[in-house]
Ligand binder design. Structure first.
Ligand code: GLU
Length: 315
């Protein structure tokens, strides 16, 4: 079945920078290429990290680049009731349980430090420990909710990164689906939202590949089908190989825009990185829509270089 609906899902926890702009652009161009509808969902559940006004700014900058989407824009903060009912259904089916472990408890219970993934996995301390939420609350500690995982491989048949297989018992263990602040965790919210909106094509950074396995697990438990198709794209990194961040200088769109850099110049760089054009030059969104080809997008990480910065700012 051909895919038909995708979504752009920015987290308003910071500014839009060249790295996430590039992922959104490829997502949008894929949608153009295949005729998918494009929805916009603001992922504003991460309480303390959400920055006021950042959602408006991000949307404004994406529109400035020439991206379009359907309205209304969905805000996760407005959808608590749906996440709550998914949680209730997982409690009822015995897959979700309350947990009072702090990060420190989990670290101390962690496995051998050289076994990277096992050391990260939740050791299951609260699995089967409490009768219900009030039993857990009686400890006087904040209560979160975790979902059980199984000790078996989950394959993410990614259209871009190829097939990747994860055993969640090893990579993360039972993971949090509702946080102690009473808000849904990212994994649960995304599954509920994508399913309700009929999203069947997900394009995002490959730092979320393992999350895709968690989301497949949740969808199965909640009886949500079919699974969406995924395209996980390599991230943009700095010359030191680390994910693009403040340490690499100011790569926010806002910064370039305020210095008079045109959207065509930014698009030209993002398109060059994505194999759409063969050298750094200005490009319009219309031109990119006409020539975009996912098979040209490099499989490797993209390195933001001095030449890139010079191209943007040096005229
Ligand atoms: N909000 C996430 C981000 O900005 C994307 C989540 C997703 O696409 O599932 O990285």
């Amino acid at each position: 079945m051909p895919e038909s609906i995708t979504r752009l899902a920015p987290s308003p926890t910071g500014a839009l920078h060249l790295g996430n702009a590039r992922t959104f652009l490829v997502n949008w161009l894929l949608a153009r290429r295949y005729g998918w509808r494009v929805l916009m969902r603001v992922e504003d559940l991460d309480g303390p990290r959400v920055k006021k006004g950042s959602d408006r700014k991000m949307l404004d900058e994406l529109a400035w680049l020439g991206l379009t989407w359907e309205t209304p824009v969905v805000y996760q903060s407005q959808r608590a009731e749906f996440y709550r009912s998914a949680l209730e259904s997982l409690i009822k089916s015995g897959w979700a349980y309350p947990c009072v472990c702090s990060r420190k408890d989990i670290r101390q219970a962690g496995g051998a430090p050289h076994e990277d993934d096992a050391a990260e996995a939740y050791p299951g301390t609260c699995r089967g420990r409490f009768r219900d939420a009030s039993d857990a609350a009686a400890t006087g500690r904040p209560v979160a909710w975790r979902v059980r995982v199984t000790n078996e491989p989950i394959a993410v048949a990614d259209r871009f990164a190829s097939v990747k297989t994860y055993n969640l018992a090893k990579t993360c263990g039972d993971f949090v689906i509702f946080k102690t602040d009473g808000l849904a965790a990212y994994q649960l919210a995304v599954v509920v939202d994508d399913s309700q909106a009929g999203v069947d094509a997900i394009v995002r950074g490959d730092d979320l590949l393992e999350s895709a396995a968690r989301q497949i697990h949740l969808r199965r438990l909640l009886g949500l089908s079919p699974q969406p198709a995924h395209w996980h794209l390599p991230l943009v990194v700095g010359p030191d190989g680390k994910r693009l961040a403040k340490r690499h200088g100011d790569t926010r769109l806002e910064y370039y825009r305020s210095r008079g850099v045109s959207p065509e110049r930014i698009l030209g760089l993002l398109a060059f990185w994505s194999g759409i054009i063969d050298r750094r030059r200005d490009a319009s969104i219309g031109e990119l829509s006409a020539v975009f080809d996912i098979s040209k997008v490099p499989r490797e990480r993209i390195i933001f270089t001095r030449q890139d910065d010079q191209f943007l700012c040096g005229g």
